[in-house]
Structures are given as structure tokens and as C-alpha cells.
Design a protein around this ligand. Structure first.
Ligand SMILES: C[S@@+](CC[C@H](N)C(=O)[O-])C[C@H]1O[C@@H](n2cnc3c(N)ncnc32)[C@H](O)[C@@H]1O
Length: 288
């Protein structure tokens, strides 16, 4: 990705930051199973020094700060100022003292070699400007034997949380053919793609787990529609390009597609993610 494309990606995230702040509590709730899985796969425990890459409005950093406790620490990173501000403000409200913040991109981490015990990224690796360089950077700043673990979306067809709206929009707003390597939520949906990159970056013991889970929250279709069409830059743009008649038709099509996932004010979407984990080569402290 060239510098101009990279800036466009970051600008889109900066535009999204206020909506990620608006929906921060729901985001934490809806994607909590992903955090649980990262914590398990990366074996995060009390006293660990953890790096979070692309932490957005604060997760998984805020949850992990509680898990590692006062003898551990979390370093939240994100290249987007608006995301850092949001997460920082929430850490302040929670009076967390074991969390630091750094505005930086995954491919240029301002940390010394072997600074962290563990590194994680929740739903961020798909947006890295240069994933291979980023993964090498992440391995550089983790200690020997330390775990690195990333969770990314599985295929769109297994994630109706996205496809219910996206498919309806696609019928009205023609989208250009997609570059499978461009930053996108489903860039690493093909099994083995991120795992292969992590191996190429130099990680040992790379494993990939498919995680089937439910995206759940107390929410009506109307609230879901608002959340989806506000949080995503591409949907905000698509909505702005539609006539009011087209907008009504898209919304109705999305409502029809999403109907099976809403009952009695409760949303529950079947969802699929991939959790990719590896270790930095070399003896770990517990091995020596
Ligand atoms: C889908 S959000 C996920 C945020 C958060 N981890 C969560 O799960 O709620 C993707 C995040 O990746 C960040 N991001 C984009 N490009 C990045 C890069 N080159 N390095 C690190 N993070 C990046 C975005 O700013 C955004 O906060």
C-alpha cells in the first residue's frame, strides 16, 4: 500500500472514531468472545506485560488491564488520534493505573526489542498497511518465547452481522472489484492466509483456530441499522449516495435478511472469526 492509500485508511478510521466512542459499550459487549479467545490463546495472566495493536475504542486493552492486575501492564496502540483519545478517556474514567497509550502504526512500533511478554490485536490486522512488516515488528518487540495472537473475521457469508446490510447495499451501490489484499474486514478470511504471513514473519508454532460465536446485545433492528451505518466509513458513504427511495429499499432488504437474528428486543447473530497465534522463537523465561 502506498503512502496515499495508507493515509486514506487512517483518515477513514479517524472519521469513524466518534462512532466507535458512541458505541464503545456495545462494541465491548458484542465482541467480548473475541477478547476471551485472545486472552486464552495468548495465555495472558496476572503480571504479564501486554501489547495491544490497533486497540480502537479500547478493547481488548481495557479488559486485559483487569486480568494482568497491578503487577502487569497493558500498552494500547493505535495510529488514529481519535481512537487513542477515546480509549485514554475510558481508562481515566476507570482509574486504571497499569495502562499506557501510544499513537503508532503496527509496522513502526516505537518500542525496544523484547519489551513485552505478549502481543494481541483484535480485528486490527486486516487494516495494517504492510502486514508482513507489521508482524515482524510485533515479533521484534515481544520477548523470546512470547505469544502473539490476532483475531480476524472469517468469511463474510458466515458473518450475517455484516452481510445482512452489505448485500442489501451492494444491490444499489455498485462496488469496484475488490483487491483481496487491500485493507478490508475480510482480508484475512481465507484460512491459512494470516497464519502463513505470521510464519513468514518468523513466528514458531503457528496455529489457527476457527471461532464460532454469537454477536449478542439487547438491540432492535432499528438500533442495529443505525450502529452499522454509522460505524462503517464505506456504509456512511454508500448511504449518502442513495436517494430516499433507494435508502428505504436497502433498509427493508437489510431488515428482511436480519430478521432471523432479532427476537424480543434481543440481537443474536451467528458469527465466525479466525484466531491466529504464534510464538517468538527462542527460549522463554519459563523454559530456562
Ligand atoms: C475494527 S477496529 C478494531 C478496534 C478494536 N481492537 C476492537 O476490536 O474493538 C480496527 C482498528 O485498527 C486500527 N488500525 C488501522 N490501521 C492500523 C495500523 N497500520 N496499525 C495498527 N492499527 C491500525 C484502526 O485505527 C482501528 O482502531
Amino acid at each position: 500500500m502506498n503512502r496515499e492509500e495508507q493515509n486514506k485508511t487512517l483518515e477513514a478510521w479517524q472519521n469513524s472514531a466518534r462512532y466507535w466512542e458512541k458505541y464503545r459499550v456495545l462494541i465491548a459487549q458484542m465482541f467480548a468472545p473475541l477478547t476471551t479467545s485472545l486472552v486464552e490463546e495468548a495465555r495472558i495472566g496476572v503480571g504479564d506485560k501486554v501489547l495491544d495493536i490497533g486497540g480502537g475504542s479500547g478493547e481488548p486493552s481495557l479488559t486485559i488491564a483487569d486480568i494482568v492486575g497491578p503487577t502487569g501492564s497493558v500498552t494500547f496502540t493505535d495510529p488514529v488520534a481519535g481512537m487513542v483519545e477515546t480509549a485514554l478517556a475510558e481508562a481515566g474514567r476507570r482509574a486504571l493505573t497499569n495502562i499506557q497509550f501510544k499513537q503508532c502504526s503496527a509496522d513502526d512500533l516505537p518500542f525496544a526489542d523484547s519489551t513485552f511478554d505478549v502481543a494481541v490485536g483484535r480485528l486490527s490486522a486486516m487494516f495494517f498497511a504492510d502486514p508482513l512488516t507489521a508482524l515482524r515488528e510485533v515479533l521484534r518487540v515481544v520477548r523470546n518465547g512470547g505469544y502473539v495472537s490476532f483475531v480476524v473475521w472469517g468469511p463474510e457469508e458466515s458473518n450475517p452481522f455484516f452481510s445482512a446490510v452489505n448485500d442489501a447495499v451492494d444491490r444499489f451501490v455498485p462496488s469496484p472489484p475488490e483487491d483481496p489484499d487491500a485493507p478490508d474486514a475480510f482480508r484475512f478470511a481465507v484460512p491459512g492466509k494470516l497464519a502463513g504471513l505470521l510464519e513468514n514473519a518468523g513466528a514458531d508454532n503457528v496455529v489457527e483456530h476457527r471461532l464460532n460465536f454469537q454477536i449478542e446485545a439487547a438491540m432492535s433492528f432499528e438500533q442495529f441499522w443505525q450502529l452499522r451505518t454509522e460505524m462503517s466509513e464505506s456504509l456512511r458513504k454508500a448511504m449518502a449516495s442513495l436517494t430516499s427511495a433507494e435508502l428505504a429499499a436497502v433498509k427493508q432488504a437489510a431488515d428482511d435478511a436480519a430478521e432471523p437474528y432479532f427476537t424480543g428486543g434481543q440481537m443474536s447473530f451467528a458469527a465466525q472469526a479466525l484466531v491466529v497465534t504464534g510464538r517468538k522463537p527462542g527460549a522463554s523465561r519459563s523454559d530456562v
